[in-house]
Design a protein around this ligand. Sequence first.
Ligand code: LER
Ligand code: MN
Length: 269
Amino acid sequence: MNLSIVLSTQPAEFQAATFKGDLEANLAQIASLGYDGVELAIRDPKLFDPDQLDSLVSKYHLRVPAIGTGQAWGEEGLSFTDPDPVIRRAAIERIKSHIPTASRLGAVIIIGLIRGIVKPGIDSTQAMEWLIEALRECSNEAGSHGIRLALEPINRYETTLINNAAQGLELIDRVGADNFGLLLDTFHMNIEESIIEDSIGRCGKNIFHFHVADSNRWYPSAGHLDFTSILNRLFLDGYQGWVSGEFIPMPDPQTAARRSIAYLRQLEK
Ligand code: LER
Ligand code: MN
């Protein structure tokens, strides 16, 4: 099992980015704990030097399976479904601007909260049309560089657009691009799915990336999810992707990251 953990490349409000702060110190720490890779949360690729990032990641023998983009919503309010066309265009251009970094690192681009929410006064059919248009444009551009996009169903307390796996699958049909799939996250699934394993089975080959956190969004084994059963179901149909830790840094980042990898590695035995 290829294991990664989320690291924010800049200060962020988002709670479940386990590591934040000094990039090199964090990469060194993550590598020393035995992780194979690091999932980078990047608000804006213009804010850092791609050569420096590439050389740091290589220095610590880490791979980058995915790039998280949600901070452009969290910190700047960019979204595919904002009523203002200027904001929608900026969100599309921001996602496209991740393509060179993704292509250099071989990473999937995550579409999380940058999809937005259905804003008050906006019809949900209209929001869905904006979303589909944006996803088609971004998938098309990413596809021409061999890059995949993964949309994450996110629980109802964070967005009103695409909360569960069934809605994610319907969206995949409507977008109609081979390089557009899903990121499933056990924290959101615990809230929204009836039976997590069945939803994983229905998503099958459309799962491009996978986030793990326990029921309380602490590290796996700190809550009541059955990761033996969940991960068995994930790998049953030949999932080739990564299992990426995205949990609250409690009791502290190092302890959470260490306990998570120790627990997940022993499940492999
Ligand atoms: C991001 O991967 C995520 O899971 C969301 O909760 C972001 O708010
Ligand atoms: Mn997630």
